[in-house]
Write a protein that binds this ligand. Structure first.
Ligand code: PGA
Length: 250
């Protein structure tokens, strides 16, 4: 059975003290054994302290990005080895904000995917169409292309370290959510696509999260859909009570 996962992407929010405060609220409010795996992605500067502070809890700490090179003259960047050395073994790759503001193309993302998996890291691979793609009915083609160009070069064995996050760009931080039916339709398409390119076992076992304005009021309905295995949560993960309500929506 595939895993249910709720991951909070804190983006460039919260300094050290704010991160620690949010984590202590989260720890207080979280039931001991949530049905879903819980992950949080603080900023790089707060990863180490978050990892230390969450050691005795089921909450996993993940990074928001990494560089594809092993090391070298890449000022301002962070490698897989650096992340692993502080206990972080999962990384979000391909978030639409990285694509839009930092020039991450499908080609660069393929390199990041390969580098992370080679370093034995798990990845949360994000992808999704823009509003114009959906309006012109190109959303399925666009998503298939993102997967083909950045992810499908991996081996069958690598899939155990892959989590997918379908995030329609028009729904991120906009308050506009894909309907549960739209999410289900795309998730089923993704699974079918993986089944055709790889095999049905891989397609059935990979967790596919939905992301884009998930909040306590809509999480239950979205998570109830057959092919939706959880969520990647931005804004609503910055408030412990909302995030916990979303975690408990399973
Ligand atoms: P949002 O962000 O929940 O604030 O829409 C989701 C994401 O960017 O992963």
């Amino acid at each position: 059975m595939r895993k249910k996962i709720v991951a909070g992407n804190w983006k460039m929010n919260n300094d050290l003290a704010e991160t620690q405060e949010l984590l202590s609220h989260l720890k207080m409010q979280l039931v001991k054994e949530p049905e879903a795996e819980v992950m949080v992605a603080p900023a790089f500067t707060n990863l180490y302290s978050a990892f230390q502070g969450l050691k005795d809890t089921p909450v996993q700490v993940v990074a928001q990005n990494m560089h594809q090179a092993e090391n070298g003259a890449y000022t301002g960047e962070v490698s897989a080895k650096m992340l692993k050395s502080i206990g972080v073994d999962t990384v979000i790759l391909g978030h639409s904000e990285r694509r839009a503001h930092f020039g991450e193309t499908n080609e660069i993302l393929a390199e990041k995917v390969n580098s992370a998996l080679k370093s034995e890291m798990k990845i949360i691979f994000c992808f999704g169409e823009e509003l114009a793609d959906r309006k012109s009915d190109k959303h399925f083609d666009l998503v298939a292309k993102q997967l083909e160009e950045s992810l499908y070069q991996i081996s069958e064995a690598d899939w155990k370290n892959v989590i997918l996050a379908y995030e329609p760009v028009w729904a991120i931080g906009t308050g506009e959510t894909a309907s549960p039916e739209q999410a289900q339709e795309m998730h089923a398409f993704i699974r079918k696509n993986i089944s055709e390119k790889f095999n049905d076992e891989i397609a059935q076992n990979v967790s596919i999260l939905y992301g884009g304005s998930v909040k306590p009021a809509n999480a239950k309905e979205i998570f109830a859909k057959e092919d939706v295995d959880g969520g990647l949560i931005g804004g609503a993960s910055l408030k412990a009570v909302d995030f916990v309500e979303i975690i408990n929506a399973f």
